[in-house]
Ligand binder design. Structure first.
Ligand SMILES: [Zn+2]
Ligand SMILES: [Zn+2]
Length: 345
């Protein structure tokens, strides 16, 4: 008889209020290739991107690519079995998995250390291999070791929110006293603030919600501004009370926010778009730079673990049992999660 495992399965897209994730017993993943690990999942973060793809907001960009899927792409677990050719890990080691499940390791992108841009990349949580379940298998080449000093619920959000924040801050070219604004303080934004502080930047948190700005302040933001949909009012207030930024990083997947961020930086400044989004308005003669970023490489992931451990980063999490995934997504939708929710199977 095939072994089974519990998983929250997405069979049809729909609003999270309709409980689109169903608790199912599906076949437990088994090692298929000799370089694979079988991992018993201990924690999986709930990323904002799942909310959008589950509700069908991103159908036009092909997300999710198939159904059914088991969502979830920031995973920490312990290795339960290893394939015969595994060399870097042993049974019992604890590892983490990012949204990048695999790539060809052979193309130009892969050879340049930008394997997350590989045309043949596989994405965690866009098949039945996702984190909202008890087990997953993955090649040993695409996991990162988690130090025993970190709990699994602390480490899990580092594997999407953490690496996304790290890469976006790097793209903003941080340096001492550079004025950087973070638009959107949630799971990703709260870590971006800390990466900026490590670099000595003067960082400003921008969010619609006071509650999120309090988190930003607690984590070391030098300033905060409440985001206003009335762009003119927001920019006037910013100019009166602070002035323009050298760089802005946008984590809120709303084009209107990106537009405001572009107008909030000085001429020659940089705007990093670290979410799905288009550029609404761009005046070439202001010599601004707009950069897109997407997760990061395996090397970046190792850096994230190292920096967070060394600097005692705070990862603000709330844990919930796996079965509560729908409720958690509803809370996320209503901005009732302070920073990051983590599911425990
Ligand atoms: Zn994510
Ligand atoms: Zn490749």
């Amino acid at each position: 008889m095939t072994e089974k495992m519990r998983a929250m399965v997405l069979e049809n897209l729909g609003p999270v209020e309709s409980n689109p994730l169903k608790l199912r017993e599906i076949d437990k993943h088994q090692i298929q290739k000799q370089n694979e690990l079988l991992v018993k999942i201990e924690a999986c973060g709930v990323c904002h991107s799942q909310l959008h793809s589950i509700e069908g907001d991103w159908k036009e960009i092909g997300l999710p690519p198939t159904l059914p899927t088991v969502p979830g792409h920031e995973i920490v677990g312990r290795i339960e079995k290893i394939g015969d050719n595994v060399v870097r890990f042993k049974i019992g080691d604890r590892i983490g998995i990012t949204p990048l499940m695999g790539s060809c390791l052979n193309c130009q992108y892969c050879n340049e250390g930008k394997e997350y841009l590989c045309e043949n990349m596989e994405v965690t949580g866009e098949s039945l291999k996702g984190g909202y379940s008890e087990y997953i298998t993955i090649s040993e080449d695409f996991v990162t070791r988690v130090p025993e000093t970190m709990t699994s619920e602390y480490a899990a959000p580092l594997f999407c929110a953490g690496i996304t924040a790290y890469k976006a801050v790097k793209a903003a070219e941080p340096e001492k006293n550079k004025k950087i604004a973070i638009f959107g303080i949630g799971g990703v934004g709260h870590m971006a603030i800390q990466f900026c502080k490590v670099e000595g930047c003067e960082v400003t948190g921008v969010s619609r919600k006071e509650k999120h700005l309090d988190v930003a302040k607690k984590l070391g933001a030098d300033n905060t501004f409440v985001y206003l949909s009335d762009q003119e009012k927001f920019l006037d207030k910013l100019n009166d009370e602070y002035g323009l930024f050298d760089a802005a990083i946008v984590f809120a997947p709303v084009d209107e926010v990106t537009d405001t961020a572009i107008k909030s930086v000085k001429k020659g400044g940089t705007v990093v778009i670290a979410t799905v989004g288009k550029i609404p308005n761009f005046l070439a003669f202001e010599e601004k730079t707009i950069r897109g970023t997407l997760i990061g490489s395996r090397k970046d992931m190792e850096q994230v673990i190292e920096i967070s451990e060394k600097n005692n980063f705070q990862v603000v999490t709330e844990t919930f049992p796996l079965e509560k995934a729908n409720e958690v997504l509803q809370k996320l939708k209503n901005s009732d999660i302070e920073a990051r929710a983590v599911l425990i199977p």
